[in-house]
Write a protein that binds this ligand. Sequence first.
Ligand SMILES: O=C(O)CCC(=O)C(=O)O
Length: 263
Amino acid sequence: MKWKVAMLQMDIAFGQPDKNAETIKRLVNQLSLGEPVDVIVLPELWDTGYDLTRLEEIADPGGERAKTLLREVALKLKCHVIGGSVAEKREGKVYNTTYTYDRDGQLAGSYSKVHLFRLMNEDKYLTAGENPGLYILEEQTVASVICYDIRFPEWLRVHALQGAKVVFVTAQWPHPRLDHWRQLLIARAIENQVYVVACNRVGEGGGNMFCGHSLVVNPWGEVIAEGMQQEEIVRAELDMALVTEARNRIPVFEDRRSSLYEL
Ligand SMILES: O=C(O)CCC(=O)C(=O)O
């Protein structure tokens, strides 16, 4: 199984969900004119950006606005959509939530960010999710996590142990930590013998400058696609056979001594 993936490395207008939805539609139109893709990935909080103090007013009730758009995109491009994340209002709380749609326009699953990033005040305005983000797309188990989650190897391991062959990362990762971004993504790919497909935003907002460099890393830790620091669509091809090859050559999952790791 091979998948062509495309990441929409976009700028995000601070606190302007409608304007950001227009940016997505423009990039999707651009994509629809080129080579077909199997999966697209969007960045984190693409609707509101980090305008956290206005979430009461601008967060998406039940994620319905985002769901409508993402479903339309899946049907237009006939591809799976890892829908970045949006500020989802649910039961009086706000979550940082990803929706994944399959190519038939069906919701394959959702994931709310589990590790809230205190440096950007997420803990003050958002509620943490509790469940892993695992989905089945065309019989492939894949995972999606959000930004700061990549600093928690144990969390990605949970997904790999449950069968994920690809981990999609949706992010708003700022400077000056570009090196952390690249190295953490490469490490997560090597240790879990998975593809890591990570979509970051560009531009500035809320006093942060975001570093782009959306990345695709193969299960051997090789960077097979990387964005620059401007709006662009970053493409790559994933070959699931490489996951099996890496796991057969170095059987990390068989060699684990899990009884020694329980804390
Ligand atoms: O961990 C980091 O350095 C950045 C994390 C982040 O920006 C986020 O989770 O939104």
